[in-house]
Design a protein around this ligand. Structure first.
Ligand SMILES: [Zn+2]
Length: 275
């Protein structure tokens, strides 16, 4: 049977699909927060639909032409200098229950926790999606993209793959990152599910901060420069930014700052100030 050629949809259809995907993401997050851990697979699928571009499929935010200009909220815990042990693992924190009959420790999505070490300037998509969140025991650098695509493409969000990446297997089982897991509950060991929940929190916050509807169209309030933060550019401060925003270089690319890093002196000073 011969397939008919496809017909492009108009912008209004895309906007309706955006609203539907955001609603599905929101429902999956509510389900997850109510204790249905497998909703993490639905969360990952919605993140993939909204954000991930491949040779064959285009992300919805890309089709709406907002993906590369949306300022992405970044809640990764700032890098702590040695010998401080960071209480957390990438986007998650570790919750420990003490005392007899306790369920031990588990990873948890902090959502809007007021942790000052999780507050950074917003990021451009490419920096945020591929940002180093943590290293696996074998040394692989793991990003937001890895977490989302493992759950959709290997673990059943969109497809069950008969083989998994080693870092995926390692991070979805207990004992990662020196954490002694004493719980009998498999899901509690899982770093992947709370991590994609936190990525969804970041995306939902980014969208609600920046997306507005004007005459049925999506517009961005105060978009970010879409060039990667480590771009090597030789430009005058008053030249046009090459990202295509129409803004001057000094008001676009140069306004972005790298993620916060804290020195040991600053850390101790802040800890002293907190008591
Ligand atoms: Zn720019």
């Amino acid at each position: 049977m011969k397939r008919e050629p496809k017909v492009p949809v108009d912008a209004k259809v895309l906007v309706n699909q955006y609203v539907s995907q955001c609603e599905l993401l929101r429902r999956a997050c509510i389900g997850f927060d109510e204790g249905n851990d497998v909703e993490a697979l639905n969360i990952a699928l919605r993140l993939r639909v909204l954000l991930h571009d491949t040779g064959n499929s285009k992300s919805l935010l890309g089709q709406l032409q907002i993906k590369d200009r949306l300022p992405y909220v970044d809640t990764l815990r700032a890098e702590m200098p040695e010998p401080v042990i960071s209480i957390g693992s990438g986007l998650c924190l570790i919750e420990a229950t003490l005392g007899p009959g306790s369920s031990g420790s588990r990873y948890k999505a902090p959502l809007a926790a007021e942790d000052p070490y999780r507050q950074h300037p917003p990021q451009a998509f490419v920096d945020w999606w591929r940002e180093h969140l943590l290293a696996s025991n074998s040394g692989k650098s793991v990003s937001r993209a890895d977490f989302v695509l493992w759950l959709t493409n290997e673990a059943g969000g969109a497809h069950v793959d008969p083989s998994h990446e080693p870092a995926h297997l390692e991070l979805s089982s207990g004992g990662f990152d020196g954490l002694q897991v004493v719980s009998d509950n498999e899901v509690d060991h899982n770093l992947l599910y709370p991590t994609v929940r936190q990525i969804a929190y970041e995306l939902e916050t980014s969208l609600s901060n920046s997306v507005a509807f004007e005459e049925g169209e999506i517009v961005l309030v105060d978009p970010i420069c879409s060039l990667p933060i480590d771009s090597k550019l030789k430009l005058g401060r008053n030249d046009q930014c090459p990202c295509g925003s129409g803004k001057k270089y000094k008001l676009c690319f140069l306004k972005r700052r790298p993620r916060r890093k804290i020195s040991i002196e600053e850390l101790y000073a802040e800890m002293d100030a907190a008591v």
